[in-house]
Design a binder for this molecule. Structure first.
Ligand code: ZN
Length: 238
């Protein structure tokens, strides 16, 4: 299910935050591949708002590094080189290890319950083959772990880093979501058991597994225009 939604005429105009979140999710759920042109006029028409609002949204997405703004050409979904994708995973492994060590010292029963509920939701999404949702929940597992870290610089860094891994998707050989449910559960239960180093090692293998699926050859010919994407969504609604 594509997360881009056309507003019906009777709906109030969407806010800047709504459009930002909608496009952010569309990129992170991998509906909009790298290099997709995000035309201002087209998006303004689609959401029924002014181009000024669309420009603000594109500016915010570019500061998240999910969108690149090119003079005289407009806005495009960012593209990562395979090397950049690998560097992101390298950074992620290092920061994740520090976060796991920190969280193992401080995690509370309520926080454990919340993470277990998230993993249960991942299982349901997986069983229902709802891959966009599973992708979002898998990312959320790492984001939520980062939120529990007492070092706010580390959490902020990881939360900036992870959305960019969505851009690396087009290098993945498999079409399956990035994270497997049992690996998240293994990481969490080792944290709960107070075994930080085993949890760090399990997380490292988990991220290694995702990185190992990156492959430059898979990046070929997966481009689709925003208009095509929106049109296919609209025709599926009619
Ligand atoms: Zn994961």
């Amino acid at each position: 299910m594509v997360s881009i939604r056309r507003q019906s005429k009777s709906d109030p105009k969407p806010t800047e935050d709504f459009i930002y979140t909608d496009l952010y999710n569309a990129i992170c759920e991998r509906h909009l591949p790298p290099d997709t042109k995000l035309g201002e006029a087209m998006l303004a028409d689609h959401y029924g708002v002014s181009r000024t609002i669309i420009r603000q949204v594109l500016l915010r997405l570019s500061s998240d590094r999910l969108v690149k703004l090119e003079p005289n050409r407009g806005a495009f979904v960012s593209r990562l080189s395979l090397e950049e994708a690998r560097q992101i995973y390298e950074a992620w492994r290092l920061v994740e290890a520090a976060i796991i060590r920190d969280v193992t010292r401080s995690i509370t029963p309520e926080q454990v319950a919340s993470l277990r509920a998230l993993i249960a939701a991942e299982r349901v999404a997986c069983d229902e083959q709802n891959y966009p949702l599973l992708t979002r929940l898998s990312t959320q597992f790492h984001m939520q772990l980062a939120d529990l870290c007492s070092n706010k610089f580390l959490s902020r860094f990881l939360k900036e880093l992870i959305p960019q891994t969505s851009l690396a998707y087009f290098y993945e050989i498999r079409k399956m979501p990035v994270c497997t449910k049992d690996e998240h559960s293994d990481i969490l239960e080792l944290i709960v058991a107070g075994n930080a180093e085993a949890a760090v090692e399990t997380a490292r293998k988990h991220l290694d597994g995702i990185e190992a699926a990156l492959n430059a050859r898979a990046a070929v010919d997966r481009r689709i225009s925003l208009v095509d994407k929106l049109n296919s969504r609209l025709s599926s609604l009619s």
